[in-house]
Ligand binder design. Structure first.
Ligand SMILES: Nc1ncnc2c1ncn2[C@@H]1O[C@H](COP(=O)(O)OP(=O)(O)OP(=O)(O)O)[C@@H](O)[C@H]1O
Ligand SMILES: [Mg+2]
Length: 250
């Protein structure tokens, strides 16, 4: 379970031209929950606050205000317990090129305090599920985007997390590789895990998301099944909703 109540997060940055400090309110009073056995789609245009929201859930940064609970643990007071039940896939493909997937996953198993044979077994099973078993002992420096993303997915799921937080999991992937990842997300849902993904891709949302929330300028609009969200706004697709929000109509 993921629960956010009135969560705020901003950043202070220096304006490149004027050199003056300014505040960016990246997440402004966001409230929503995701239940076990559900895939929640967090949508929104560039800079809307999707990655920031997911980083807050994953415990990589702290909210300035509001309440955030993951698996019943308070993100502020019980950060380690909360983090332990989360599998987080970041938007960037940061695998260590000098490592093979086996070495890389072994290392992450150690970070997660997993017993070596358990981590090895999980790594093997996930790499097989992702169709990458033949590459288990190949250095990752020459891997394609899709291969790196699959290893990142395996890393995120290695410790068998109850809550899965994936930031744009299919960006840069071809349809076949994207399908592998989406099928895996469906399986995780069927196993009763709590899943949240960010995206700006409509077909992916139609395909797998049970509920969606649209972030625009740090504010969450709509928190409903996709069809309801579209019909409430008289829109045919998500692009139309984005345009409405940009025009200040919604
Ligand atoms: N570490 C940071 N320091 C300063 N500003 C940040 C930081 N992280 C995010 N921001 C700013 O917060 C806002 C929201 O960024 P965020 O990455 O959450 O958007 P996003 O919805 O994930 O966008 P995209 O679709 O481009 O990935 C942006 O204005 C961004 O520049
Ligand atoms: Mg992002």
């Amino acid at each position: 379970m993921i629960e956010l109540v009135d969560v705020h997060k901003g950043f202070t940055v220096r304006d490149r031209k004027t050199r003056r400090k300014k505040r960016i309110e990246a997440v402004r009073g966001v409230t929503f929950s995701v239940c076990p056995g559900e895939i929640y789609g967090l949508l929104g245009p560039n800079g809307a606050g999707k990655s920031t929201t997911l980083r807050l859930i994953a415990g990589l940064m702290q909210a300035e205000r509001g309440r955030l609970r993951v698996c019943g643990f308070d993100a502020e007071r019980e950060p380690e317990q909360a983090r332990a039940c989360i599998g987080y896939l970041s938007g960037d493909l940061n695998v260590y090129g000098r490592f093979t997937p086996r070495e890389f996953l072994k290392l992450f198993g150690q970070f997660q305090d997993m017993e070596a044979h358990v981590a090895e077994g999980r790594a093997q099973a996930l790499m097989e599920r992702l169709g990458l078993l033949d590459f288990m002992d190949v250095r990752m420096e020459g891997f394609s985007t899709g291969q790196k993303q699959k290893v990142s997915v395996a890393r995120a799921l290695l410790h068998d997390p109850g809550v899965v937080v994936f930031d744009e999991p299919t960006t840069g992937l071809d349809v076949l590789t994207a399908k592998t990842v989406l099928d895996l997300l469906r399986e995780l849902r069927a196993e009763g895990r709590t899943v949240i993904v960010s995206t700006h891709v409509m077909p992916m949302v139609e395909d797998i998301c049970d509920r969606v929330g649209i972030l625009f300028d740090g504010i969450l609009h709509g928190d409903a099944p996709l069809e309801q969200l579209l019909s409430d706004r008289g829109a045919r697709n998500l692009d139309e909703v984005f345009f409405q929000l940009a025009a200040g109509e919604a």
